[in-house]
Ligand binder design. Structure first.
Ligand code: FPP
Length: 240
């Protein structure tokens, strides 16, 4: 496999879909699909270091996912806990900082503890940032930012005239992250599913029919190459 790309996107965000379908096709229980999905996460974090992608954000658990059968939710939480326990070494080796966005208070205590431990251990790493979106919903995030703006106005630290895009973006979970340049979705669906709706305004979108457990470095490389061939115009005319 070839190494770093000349102009990789700075920030790639991924909607990891199709774990269940992959498991069904293999005649396995859904949890096996999530386990194979966790293995893809490991591979793609590694590939980011290799290809020069500095920010990777993964949609690992949405606010809507709480409505799945309790047993599947519990299994996903255990998988997350195990991921946090086992992957610290890789993050350290690649000098990657772990970050998390979402309504983290809703997560079970062992997951919150694991997150805090790994985030603390990697806080000074500076070659890349892996952000896990957990109990994440973009509309809830925007509503919460609006609430914080209102609170600041009520406290008198902000005037209504000062409310602009920058002021709102500064109150999102992603305040410290650049906007994603590329959003990848696996398993064929052409929608954003309440993921980074504000932040992905100008992102390129790349969809593959392959499921998340099938997603590997070669396919990732293909997405990055396709991205490199696209002309990003941000609403302007060509070459303006
Ligand atoms: C979508 O597949 C995937 C999820 C809801 C969870 C994503 C979780 C992982 C990749 C594994 C754990 C993550 C980490 C960071 C260790 P689906 O179940 O919706 O698939 P389906 O649409 O085919 O049923």
């Amino acid at each position: 496999m070839s190494a770093s790309l000349p102009h990789p996107p700075t920030h790639v965000a991924i909607i990891m879909d199709g774990n269940g379908r992959w498991a069904r096709r293999q005649g396995k229980p859904r949890i096996e699909g999530h386990k194979a999905g966790a293995e893809s996460v490991r591979r793609i974090v590694e590939a980011c270091s290799e290809f020069g992608v500095r920010y990777l954000t993964l949609y690992a658990f949405s606010t809507e996912n709480w409505r799945r059968p309790p047993r599947e939710v519990a299994e996903l939480m255990r998988l997350l806990e195990r991921f946090l326990a086992e992957r610290l070494e890789d993050l350290e080796r690649h000098d990657i900082r772990l970050n998390a966005i979402g309504d983290l208070e809703r997560l079970p205590l062992p997951v919150r503890r694991g997150l805090s431990r790994v985030m603390e251990a990697t806080r000074d790493n500076s070659s890349g940032v892996l952000t896990l979106a957990l109990s994440y919903g973009s509309r809830a995030e925007i509503a919460s930012a609006a609430r914080r703006l209102a609170e600041d106005v009520a406290k008198g630290v902000l005037s209504p005239e000062q409310i602009d895009e920058e002021a709102l973006a500064a109150r999102l979970y992603t305040a410290d992250l650049p906007d994603p340049d590329l959003v990848i979705r696996t398993a064929g669906e052409m929608r954003l599913s309440n993921f980074l709706l504000w932040q992905a305004s100008y992102a390129e979108i790349w969809v593959t029919d392959k499921t998340w457990p099938e997603f590997d470095a070669d396919l990732f490389r293909q997405a990055l190459d396709d991205y490199g061939r696209r002309e990003r115009r941000f609403g302007k005319v060509p070459n303006a």
